[in-house]
Design a protein around this ligand. Structure first.
Ligand code: ATP
Ligand code: ZN
Length: 226
């Protein structure tokens, strides 16, 4: 329809660690969204932009499947999803529009406090609980370490205590959660921040015009916050 050709469609996290910063960024760029967070689709009042609120895990696929024009997601989720989609034979093309100045976190290996740890080589033969098996495998393969991943999408940090795994590989910000579970952070596998990605395809001219208007505003707002 006319509408999908003329309104720039952006997927953002519905509710989570990227949501507040993303909404603040849009607001500071003059994109007015009044609909509440329970609306899957919100229309900007003053610009031809539609916001799609979804789980962060779905964002790379929505861009790669050309369902939305842009998406904001952590690089961790973007890279993990890309590797999974490659295995599944799904399209993986996208372009990075710009890196954003929020959503910083690291994907780290943590082991029980009492374990003596020197390097990633000490993980040889381990069972490691993680939400990011592909990122973990990429790194450990590089180091020549073989391991078995235990896929958990939540409560990763309780896996060792529960006897499900010998170590974990999880997102860390302060380390408080690890500490509370008798774990210590021993190595960083991947450092991540939020990125704005777009479909790898020319936009309709009307949409390109909106993109050309918004990109300098986004850059301006981020520069002002540095
Ligand atoms: P959803 O319900 O959308 O699937 P989620 O629970 O998978 O949410 P969040 O915990 O909200 O995801 O994190 C979203 C993203 O925010 C992470 O993938 C990561 O890129 C980033 N992030 C920033 N800081 C942190 C942090 N301290 N801990 C975890 N993730 C963080
Ligand atoms: Zn998620």
């Amino acid at each position: 329809t006319c509408d999908t050709q003329k309104r720039l469609r952006i997927a953002i996290q519905k509710s989570g660690r990227l949501t507040d910063d993303t909404e603040k960024l849009f607001k500071n760029c003059g994109i007015k969204i009044n609909e509440s967070r329970d609306h899957l689709l919100a229309h900007a009042e003053n610009l031809p932009i539609d916001i799609l609120r979804v789980r962060d895990d779905d964002i790379p696929g929505l861009v790669m499947d050309h369902v939305v024009d842009w998406g904001i997601v952590g690089q961790n989720v973007l890279e993990e999803t890309t590797m999974q989609r490659e295995v599944d034979g799904l399209p993986v093309a996208y372009k990075e529009v710009m890196k954003l100045n929020y959503g910083d976190c690291r994907l780290s290996v943590a082991v029980p406090n009492e374990m003596e740890y020197k390097s990633l080589k000490d993980l040889e033969g381990f069972k490691i609980a993680t939400t990011y098996p592909f990122l973990l495998k990429r790194k450990l393969k590089e180091m020549g370490v073989s391991f078995k991943s235990v896929l958990l999408t939540g409560s990763v940090e309780v896996a060792p205590r529960a006897g499900l795994a010998d170590a974990i590989c999880d997102l860390v910000c302060t380390g408080a959660t690890l500490h509370a579970n008798g774990l210590k952070e021993v190595d960083v596998i991947y450092e991540s921040k939020a990125v704005l990605i777009g479909r790898d395809q020319e936009l309709f001219p009307e949409k390109q015009a909106i993109a050309d208007l918004i990109i300098p505003r986004l850059k301006g707002v981020m520069a002002a916050r540095e």
